[in-house]
Structure formats: C-alpha cells, structure tokens
Write a protein of this length. Structure first.
Length: 521
C-alpha cells in the first residue's frame, strides 16, 4: 500500500508602518517545500495470534529529497468499542525503528496501530494508521458439541479445515460427564478473575449437560465457572438448559426457573458473571427446555401452561388473556394443556414470529402449530393455532429446526428422512440434500448463520445437517435457496462422537452482534 503526502508551509513577514500609512512589500516571503513521501509495507489491517505471532512490519519510505532522513515512532492502544474504561490498557510506544518486530504478548482484542514519521530535515510529521486484531487459535471456527460415551466434548473446526478435538478435557484437564444439552455463545462477558481478583472481559462458550454447566473462556478455553461455582449462594438441584447473552446481562435457564446476571461491558457496567435466585413471577414457573431469543428470551412455563418472557433487564413477565384490538381469537397464552415439543424463531416477516409445536396430552400423536408474535406487549401474543392434519408426517417427527432468516419453513426428520413444512401453506415436502451419506443417522438439524457486515469475508447462511455412523459424526453445511438445500454441501465437518449442537465463533463478535447469529437454541 502506498501513501503520499505533500505539505507546503508558508510563513509571511509583514512590516507594519504607521497606522495611517501604506506598507512597503519587501518581497520577503519564505517558501519551504515539504518533500513528497511514499510509504510501502504497511497494511490497513493485521490479524495475529496472541502469545504466538510477531507483528513484523518493514516501513519502506522514499522521498523526492534524496537526503531526507526520518524518525520512527510506533504506538499501539486498545480500540474495541466494547472495551471497558475501567480496565482499558494503554500500551503506547512499541518501537522506534523503521522495522517493527513486536511479539503478540497481548490479550485478545482490537487495537489501533500508528506510525508517526518525522522528517529530520524540517520536523514535519506524517501519521500512518492501521488496525490490529489479536486473536487466539480458538477465536474463529465452527464449534461442535458432541456426545462421547455419556460424556460431553467440543471440537473446533478451523477455517483452514483442520480440527481441534476434545477441547474441554484437554484444556480444563477434567472430563465433563453427562449427556450434552446445549451450546450457548456469549460475545461479551465480564467476570472477576479468581487469580488476580480483577475484572476481565472476554467471549465465552457455554456448555450445559444434563447435570452440569461449563462457561469456557474462548481466549484459552479455560473454565470460568461450572454449575458448582456459578452461584452466589447455595447450588440448586436442577437440570441445566441454556446459558446465553441477554443484552444487559447473562441469562441462564434450568427446569427450576429463569436466572439473570446483570452486566453490560459495552456501557462500562461490569459484572461478576455469577447468578443468584431465579426471577420471580406469580405462581412460580417450570420452564420447558425449548426457548428462543429475540431481544428478550421467550419460553413456555410447564407449571402453569403459559408463555413467559425474560426481558433484557432480568424481569420475568407473563401475558394477559386480552383481546387484540378488540378481537377475541378464542385462544390464549395461559392455561395451555398441551406438551411443547418445539419452539423456533422466524424473522422473515416484518415482525419477528415464534412457531411452537404442541402435542395434545389427551390424544397422543395429535399436534397443533402455534404462531405468536415475539413481543413484550402484555396482550395475547398468539396469532393463530392450527391443528396439524392427521396425515402429516410432522405428527411423528423426532427432530425439528426452523429457518430463521430466509423462508417461513420448519425442517423435521421422520424415519431418518428430511422434510420441510411450509408455515404459510401448511404443506410439507421431502428434501433430498445432495451428497448426504447413506446409512448415516440424522442427529442434528439447524439453520446456522453469521451476518455481521464488518466480517464480510466470513459471512454465511447454512442449513446444517448432522449425522452419526460407526462412532463418528458428519455435519453437512448447505447453502439454501427458498429454504431448500441448494446443490452439494459447501463443507462437511467430521469427527468422532455424536453431534448435538454447534455454534460459529468470530473474533468480530461484540455486544451488538446478537441479531447476526441464530436466536433459536
């Protein structure tokens, strides 16, 4: 990259005579032409691995004044918008020669790199600015949560197609027992480091099993909290469901209630990352394991047969059986006697919608499709309740997923065959993805996407289909057209074990990223 600067400095000396007289122009002007400088060797952006790489830059400076010599001053400072002022690090000067070799002994984050070039002949200065992203080997890729002989493990599929296997036990030195339930993602999370007693901000992967929780620091995959250490007080006896980013805090859901830990590092409001008691609501609640996030977290309370929502400040709310705009639709968000088996989020229409599939408790095999506005208004959010026709294969499906961004469809699996259910027409059709291996059992189905614009080289929107055969998994990642798979899989992820969930992680994740990755869990 070539940068050019030409600056002219003009100093004019005026000799004043009498206040009422004219002055003589002596022609005493001093023009100094500042040399034209060309800079090569400095890029606009650098991405380096923390604690491994060296930032090497050779500044190649030429001037149209051959005898010009220059002084060099390299500076580096944190620049990530979500960095808290309370713990902001000032690094300042990192070099004073034309060749910079600076070890990346820095904690991961985003930095402003600047070179101040000073011409020794005339003292004029030019600044060249770049961005530096310091990441770790864990900062980008597809994380696959898998079951390994009644234990839970993680694989990371890196952009270069290599795989880091069984990360949990390798990094924490402890096997995580129990079957996996969920894999949450938190793009910005603050906690108090037990080693130094200081606040730290990081990104986390949140693993829940049937009996345990592990909040993992994406910087090094160390364990920040487990279910035994993540509470301020007594550890509750419960089944963990999910830990997720909830705008102004951290949400945690179990079969005993909805929890919230307040923090917002983007606004310099740091938190300890631990949880207290569940959010209170009249009558108590027993959450269903299915839930969706869309600014707030929406879920079904099995105790009272009602829909509830946990807002971004940790308040838990119910809906009233109110007529919407004076129209009583005949179905209500409370007193639902059916069993919820799936709940997904769809953002194709102007309003974000939730689609829930209930099974009739009195007539097993009979199902209803609920459509509701994912709204924080107190009114009845349910827009329609549609009985699923008896002949539909949806009635006997064992695996579900929803297309969140591009089509109003639900995907499901029956007898190891993939189908698509049109939510507008209430029709279904068989899908036959190209290259899906025969003899492989489908164990995972999801719409995975990453749409943050400043990470434009890594954006995608896939239908992910996970299979299992002979102790090994495959995850087929398909582009979609009209909700259907389009051509052969773009990539196939492979490893040992049975895939249960997956998440994509990017170093560009921040507190504003929540709408750019999936909200269905």
């Amino acid at each position: 990259m070539i940068m050019k600067n030409r600056i002219y400095s003009i100093s004019v000396f005026l000799l004043s005579l009498l206040a009422v007289a004219c002055y003589d122009d002596k022609g005493n002007y001093d023009y100094t032409e500042i040399s034209q400088v060309e800079m090569k060797g400095i890029e606009k952006e650098y991405v380096k691995i923390a604690y491994r790489d060296v930032l090497h830059i050779e500044a190649d400076v030429t001037s149209d004044f051959p005898n010009d010599t220059f002084l060099y001053l390299w500076t580096l400072n944190r620049s990530q918008e979500t960095e808290s002022e309370q713990i902001k690090i000032k690094l300042d000067t990192i070099g004073d020669t034309k060749v910079l070799d600076y070890p990346m002994d820095l904690r991961p984050g985003f930095y402003d790199l600047s070179l101040r070039l000073t011409n020794e002949r005339n003292g004029h200065q030019i600044f060249y600015n770049s961005k530096l992203s310091v990441v770790t080997q864990f900062s980008r890729g597809f994380y696959v949560l898998k079951e390994m002989e009644n234990a839970t493990e993680l694989d990371l599929h890196l952009p270069d197609k290599s795989v880091m296997e069984n990360i949990i036990e390798k990094s924490t030195k402890v096997k995580m027992l129990g079957k996996p339930v969920s894999l949450g993602l938190n793009p910005i999370y603050s906690f108090i480091n037990s080693a130094g007693g200081e606040y730290e901000i990081t990104k986390t992967l949140n693993v829940c099993t049937e009996t345990d929780v592990n909040i993992l620091n994406i910087n090094d995959m160390s364990s920040i909290f487990t279910h035994h250490t993540m509470f301020h007080g007594e550890v509750p006896a419960e089944k963990p469901y999910y830990v997720w980013f909830n705008l102004y805090g951290i949400g945690y859901m179990s079969d005993q209630g909805a929890y919230f830990s307040a923090q917002c590092p983007a606004w310099d409001l740091l938190g300890v990352g631990k949880f207290g008691y569940p959010a209170l609501i009249e009558g108590g609640c027993k959450p269903n394991i299915n839930g969706v996030f869309s600014d707030s977290y929406f879920f079904f309370d099995e105790l009272k047969g009602r829909f509830l929502w946990l807002d971004w400040n940790g308040g838990l709310h119910d809906y009233m059986d109110l007529a919407v705009e004076g129209v009583d639709k005949g179905f209500y968000p409370n007193g639902i006697r059916h069993k919820l088996i799936f709940f997904g989020r769809n953002n194709v229409a102007e309003e974000v919608m939730g689609y829930a599939i209930f099974e009739d408790v009195d007539q097993p095999g009979k199902h209803y499709l609920y459509k509701l506005a994912l709204s924080t208004d107190p009114e009845n959010p349910i827009e329609s309740v549609t009985p699923v026709v008896a002949a539909s294969k949806l009635n006997s499906a064992n695996l579900f997923a929803i297309n969140e961004e591009d089509a109003q469809v639900i995907y499901f699996v029956k007898d190891n065959q993939l189908y698509m259910y049109d939510l507008n027409q209430n029709t279904e059709e068989m899908l036959t993805p190209v290259g899906l291996g025969s003899g492989e059992t489908i164990t995972y189905l999801s719409n995975r996407y990453w749409k943050q614009g400043d990470d434009k080289d890594h954006l995608f929107n896939y239908l992910a289909i996970g299979t299992y055969k002979d102790g090994k998994y495959k995850v087929y990642l398909y582009n979609m057209l009209g909700g259907k798979t389009d051509g052969a899989a773009v990539q196939v992820l492979e490893g040992t074990g049975k895939v249960v969930k997956m998440q994509y992680v990017s170093p560009n994740f921040n507190g504003d990223s929540f709408s750019y990755f999936p909200g269905s869990f």
